[in-house]
Design a protein around this ligand. Structure first.
Ligand code: ZN
Length: 146
């Protein structure tokens, strides 16, 4: 499969339920979830372990059976960085990028809105909010109260 923004890749994603041309078989459910307004993760169909990022097999029991479950959206900052360069369409530069420990026991990485980069703290409660970036469904983190 070709990756990137080529016309061929755009034709390949038609019918997948999302507009993300760099997706693949493992990530299609995630991007379809975003189009539906949810962040979805995989849950093992054998042992029930949640996992993220998407992968073909469960790291706990190696089962290939899984189903998608929605995240509740709450978590705390595990770590973060600040993106300075290059400027990205739809993002304020610089902006924080957070790795969050989510309530479901998985980690999720994403950009954070509504806070100055120097005010982000490890352990800070965050919440997922759904956004659209041009024609792409996405999510951002925002501050939350615990
Ligand atoms: Zn498992």
């Amino acid at each position: 499969m070709a990756y990137g923004a080529s016309g061929a890749a755009d034709e390949q994603v038609a019918g997948r339920g999302h507009n993300v041309s760099c997706s693949n078989k493992d990530f299609d459910f995630f991007y379809r979830g975003l189009e539906g307004g949810q962040v979805l993760i995989q849950q093992c169909g054998n042992c029930g372990s949640p996992r993220n990022p998407p992968s073909p097999a469960c790291p706990e029991c190696h089962s290939l059976e899984w189903h998608a479950v929605p995240l509740g959206g709450g978590g705390v900052v595990h770590s973060y960085t600040v993106h300075h360069h290059p400027p990205l369409p739809g993002f304020v530069t610089p902006h924080p990028v957070v790795l969050a420990d989510m309530d479901e026991g998985i980690r999720l990485i994403g950009a954070m809105d509504g806070i100055a980069p120097e005010d982000v703290r490890i352990g800070m409660p965050v919440r997922v909010k759904m956004v659209r970036r041009n024609d792409i469904a996405a999510f951002r983190f925002t501050t939350a109260k615990k």
